[in-house]
Design a protein around this ligand. Structure first.
Ligand code: HEC
Ligand code: HEC
Ligand code: HEC
Ligand code: HEC
Ligand code: HEC
Ligand code: HEC
Length: 231
């Protein structure tokens, strides 16, 4: 169990309070020797993420080697350079996900804004379009997040992976699944949002709508996108 792996800094805290008792001037200062760097570690690729030592050591009582035993090196930016620290990897229990699994600490598919300072920045701008089995269904992030004020984890809990096409590959992305309350049907059930067996054309834009969307997609007709042959 993860819990066992976590070493606390009780002994260090004791030493710390002795230190504070005898050196009262230092009482209000953050002690980097005990708690690690005071300035948050920030990563900016591909997104802006902040990690605070204070939260993990001073507030949560984790010892340095809970993380600096192979999980992370003491070199800001090193992990980013590997390119391996992705949401998908964390969901598999790697990196931050070794604790942020919904058990030791809140899971990485919740509370996006606690790690990401700007969730808007992460929101896909282009519509998500599915063409299989029905061509085509469209989903607009902006309408659901900015328009309706839904949080990212309303869908990126376990309803949808954060990867275009994932639901399509799962093999059961069908109207039947929607009627059973899965995928879009989690909300499109006639109670939270209009039911999946109504207003077909709101989600289904058809082949014509699809072609129109692809045609208008690129700027000023300079693309290779599907257009009607022999126009
Ligand atoms: C919960 C995990 C965690 C704990 C506990 C932790 N650290 Fe870190 N530490 C990190 C991460 C993440 C980084 C950044 C690594 C990277 O960017 O590759 C880091 C980086 C550092 C750095 C480099 C800072 C820089 O600017 O280059 C130092 C020094 C450091 N930690 C010291 C400590 C000390 C001392 C402790 C114990 C008091 C500690 N850490 C506890 C996760 C942790
Ligand atoms: C425990 C911290 C944490 C939480 C919670 C978290 N993320 Fe992340 N996220 C990261 C880290 C770390 C990275 C990789 C480094 C970077 O992008 O700077 C990342 C990367 C990403 C990326 C870039 C592409 C990818 O898949 O890696 C997206 C998009 C993203 N997060 C969205 C989200 C959303 C949406 C949520 C909530 C459902 C969320 N994150 C919750 C820490 C977190
Ligand atoms: C060794 C275990 C461990 C690791 C690894 C770890 N965390 Fe945490 N983290 C915790 C615990 C424990 C808490 C406090 C309990 C909670 O909030 O669920 C916490 C809390 C947080 C919080 C909440 C801060 C607040 O303001 O309340 C953020 C943000 C966070 N972690 C980000 C990260 C990121 C980003 C990483 C990866 C770079 C990471 N953590 C890695 C254990 C860990
Ligand atoms: C109402 C549901 C819903 C909400 C809310 C939502 N998403 Fe999504 N998101 C989706 C769906 C559906 C997909 C596509 C999944 C698939 O094709 O399997 C997706 C895919 C993504 C992708 C991958 C895009 C790509 O090109 O691969 C990212 C990144 C993403 N979402 C980020 C976010 C962020 C950040 C938020 C919050 C600001 C958010 N989402 C809120 C439903 C939602
Ligand atoms: C909330 C959005 C939504 C609504 C409303 C909706 N659909 Fe769908 N539909 C989907 C999604 C998502 C798929 C799976 C992806 C794809 O086929 O492109 C799908 C797939 C289908 C398929 C392919 C085969 C199957 O059974 O899954 C048919 C046929 C279909 N829909 C017909 C309809 C009809 C008829 C209506 C109205 C009575 C309707 N849909 C309303 C989202 C919706
Ligand atoms: C977390 C809840 C939730 C999920 C999941 C969800 N929606 Fe919605 N959606 C809503 C709400 C709420 C509304 C607005 C209420 C209404 O119109 O009944 C809405 C409105 C819409 C609209 C009309 C607004 C617009 O964008 O033009 C479409 C189309 C739509 N959803 C498609 C989808 C599709 C396709 C999926 C699955 C890929 C999906 N939604 C998943 C909550 C959700």
């Amino acid at each position: 169990m993860m819990q066992k792996k976590i070493k606390t800094i009780g002994a260090v805290l004791l030493a710390g309070s002795f230190f504070l008792a005898t050196h009262s001037i230092a009482a209000t200062a953050y002690d980097e020797g005990t708690y690690g760097p005071e300035a948050p570690i920030t990563w900016d690729k591909p997104t802006k993420v902040t990690f605070s030592h204070k939260v993990h050591t001073m507030d949560s009582g984790l010892a340095c080697d809970a993380c600096h035993d192979g999980l992370f090196t003491m070199e800001s930016g090193a992990i980013l350079a590997t390119g391996k620290m992705t949401m998908a990897a964390m969901a598999e229990g790697k990196f931050c996900g070794s604790c942020h699994d919904g058990n030791t600490a809140f899971a990485t598919n919740t509370k996006c804004a606690s790690c990401h300072k700007d969730v808007k920045e992460l929101t896909p701008k282009d519509p998500i379009v599915w063409t299989n089995p029905a061509k085509a269904v469209v989903f607009y992030h902006k309408a659901h997040t900015e328009g309706l004020g839904l949080e990212c984890d309303a869908c990126h809990d376990s309803t949808f992976a954060m990867q275009k096409g994932a639901a399509g590959k799962a093999g059961n992305f069908t109207m039947q699944a929607l009627y059973e309350g899965k995928y879009c049907g989690k909300c499109h059930d006639g109670s939270t949002a209009f039911a999946s067996n109504t207003r077909c054309n709101t989600c289904h834009i058809g082949v014509k709508g699809y072609n129109r969307m692809m045609g208008n997609d690129g700027a000023h007709g300079a693309t290779h996108k599907d257009t009607k042959a022999g126009h």
